[in-house]
Design a binder for this molecule. Structure first.
Ligand code: NAP
Length: 295
């Protein structure tokens, strides 16, 4: 019978949203409405859902938002022009580019173009460099959500062994840098695994905290975890369930077997996802505050 504590995201997200609401109110008194612009160059329904969630979160918090769509078959220049335009617009505080981008569009060029001041998800080379240096301008939303879940539920990070499964530039690598920071909510000893890791279980069994972001349902089960571990499952994999073409969202972790040995575990859905969303809107407000302060 699974006994692990559930690290639910919604109460953590609600705490962040309450803070955001207060800050939006204060900005309103200064005549400032924080504004997010999302840029989507994809026709994947999953991207559509993710972006709509961002706009819904903004509406709920009185943050203005704009939705820029670019045909995924259009030349890369169309995306570049949209980014340049939004970054130069004084009414836009945060610019979020949905990734992955189509194959013919180089992510590196997008990273180069984004203005670090409006790059609220830490995609630009400058903001990534600051994160690596340990001095981030904005915390990337998903890695920040993982850390916030851990700290809110009082899971120690400092001095702990953390195994991160996945080395993507959106989750694994920035999370590594965040947990390595010389701070009480950092200072972890981090091991990063990927598809060529020869014995994944041998690594995860050594860890006090296992974070999975591989996009592979069932990749990690209870036999690959040590008793008392904390498990954070970032992945949101849509799989078919039943015969009527229905789908469900699952993580990388086999929840039942993992919860039987873990001290604490995030549910999927309902773990990292809601916190990520709250972190992103919080960054939009931070960008607006900085812009207002700069006057
Ligand atoms: P990604 O770019 O596809 O990266 C996946 C990573 O997992 C890669 O580093 C890959 O290794 C590694 N991997 C794949 N199979 C593996 C295996 N069998 N053993 C060990 N490592 C393996 O994915 P992503 O963009 O980081 O997203 C990962 C998951 O997180 C997805 O399910 C996505 O939907 C979810 N996600 C959730 C949130 C949220 O806020 N909840 C945000 C972003 C993403 P290689 O580098 O060797 O290929």
């Amino acid at each position: 019978m699974p006994s692990a504590e559930r690290l639910r995201g919604e109460p953590v997200a609600a705490e962040i949203r309450a803070d955001v609401r207060d800050r939006v109110h204060e900005l309103g008194e200064r005549g400032v409405t924080p504004t997010l612009a999302t840029v989507v160059m994809s026709d994947d329904p999953a991207d559509e859902r993710f972006v709509e969630l961002k706009h819904a979160a903004c509406r709920d918090l009185d943050i203005a938002s704009r939705d820029v769509r670019i045909d995924p078959d259009a030349p890369a220049e169309r995306l570049h022009q949209a980014i340049d335009r939004l970054c130069a617009d004084p009414a836009v505080d945060g610019v979020f580019v949905q990734v992955p981008l189509p194959d013919h569009v180089a992510l590196a060029e997008v990273r180069q173009r984004l203005d670090p001041a409006t790059d609220i998800d830490c995609l630009s080379f400058t903001n990534l460099g600051r994160l690596v240096r340990g001095d981030p301008r904005y915390l990337p939303a998903t890695p920040a959500a993982v850390r916030r879940l851990l700290t809110t539920y009082e899971v120690p990070i400092e001095g702990e062994d953390v195994a991160i499964v996945g080395r993507s530039e959106i989750v694994g690598k920035p999370l590594t840098n965040l947990l390595l920071r010389d701070a009480p909510d950092g200072n972890a000893t981090v091991t990063v695994c990927h598809s060529r890791t020869s014995n994944l279980g041998a690594v995860t069994r050594q860890a006090d905290i296992v974070v999975t972001a591989a996009g592979v349902p069932g990749l990690v089960d209870g036999s690959m975890l040590s008793r008392g571990v904390t498990v954070v499952d970032v992945s949101a994999n849509r799989i078919e369930s039943g015969s009527e073409g229905k789908t469900q969202v699952v993580g990388d972790v086999d929840f039942e077997s993992a919860a039987a040995v873990a001290e604490a575990i995030t549910p999927v859905p309902g773990g990292v996802g809601p916190v990520t969303l709250a972190m992103l809107v919080s960054n939009v407000v931070l960008a607006a505050e900085r812009r207002a302060d700069a006057g």
